[in-house]
Design a protein around this ligand. Structure first.
Ligand SMILES: [Ca+2]
Ligand SMILES: [Ca+2]
Length: 280
């Protein structure tokens, strides 16, 4: 059972007077970073240590009670997912609800983008005299943006600003076999990367400085900008022919939040403090 904000510490210390061995220092109980009973550092005898340990166990039990009631009474998650699909290039606005502050306290906001591709092709044709090894990539790139909210993550970087889902392959192409520029003949100087189903994603938690953007009773839009992506490299005499991929995916906004119950907390807190005072 977690003891939220409660620490029971006892450090080993070297006896400065005799310089011998390690001895137990005083037990310290801290709640919320505050020491419960401030004591000077001193060395305690074994018998006294047992008494102190018993006191610590009693206080620990109180702390357990405190820990239980001070834990969020209702931690919850709200997840909203909006879908997109089509043949790139396209831009689609995705609309989400802000977090209603009357419900409780917003702890974090996570944004995730998933981008799937399927189909399409990239043909590479060597028109140079020398054979060439060509690296080909085929896919789609996705970019999220918004004028309503910030998409900056906890490291200060934009979330899903350039998410690329692609497949790639390397082809050994023979030298030009006679098709010439702007023409292909399915010869040994050509190869085709045929599009299949692939997926990629990017996600991150919104920087605390921008969480306020997500609080309110209105909605906000995120623009998903989806584009074709292809490239080939490895032969300067290579030309390409291209068929577009189909893309689909989703953007998910997740709110982690709690409902604090301050009245119950303070009542039990006072009760526990009274118990601590009576026993110490
Ligand atoms: Ca050729
Ligand atoms: Ca050609």
């Amino acid at each position: 059972m977690p003891l939220r904000g409660v620490r029971i510490e006892q450090k080993n210390r070297r006896n400065k007077r005799t310089g011998r061995g390690l001895r137990f220092g005083p037990i310290e109980i801290k709640i919320g970073g505050q020491r419960l009973r401030p004591r000077a550092v001193r060395f305690v005898e074994k018998k006294e240590r047992i008494v102190v340990m018993r006191k610590a166990i009693t206080l620990g039990l109180v702390a357990v009670v405190l820990g239980v009631v001070s834990a969020p009474a209702a931690a919850d998650v709200i997840t909203q997912t909006e879908l997109f699909s089509g043949t790139p290039d396209f831009v689609v606005p995705l609309t989400f609800d802000r977090f209603d502050p009357s419900m409780g306290t917003l702890l974090s906001v996570e944004i995730e983008m998933i981008l799937n591709i399927d189909g399409g092709y990239l043909l590479v044709d060597n028109d140079g005299v020398d054979p060439a090894v060509v690296h080909a990539e085929l896919g789609s790139s996705g970019n999220l943006s918004s004028v309503d909210v910030s998409l900056t993550n906890v490291l200060g970087q934009p979330i899903a600003s350039n998410l690329v889902t692609f497949q790639d392959d390397d082809f050994s192409l023979a030298g030009e076999d006679g098709d010439g520029p702007n023409n292909q003949n399915n010869g040994p100087d050509e190869a085709t990367l045929t599009g299949g189903a692939y997926s990629n994603s990017d996600s991150g938690f919104i920087h605390a400085a921008f969480m306020g953007n997500y609080i309110g009773i209105t909605t906000f839009d995120i623009l998903a900008d989806i584009n074709q992506y292809f490239s080939h490299s490895g032969g300067s005499g290579v030309e390409g022919a291209f068929g577009p991929v189909f893309a689909d995916g989703q953007v998910t906004v997740t709110y982690n939040w709690i409902v604090p119950e301050p009245s119950t907390l303070s009542l039990l807190g006072f009760g526990a403090l009274a118990l601590i005072r009576r026993r110490s």
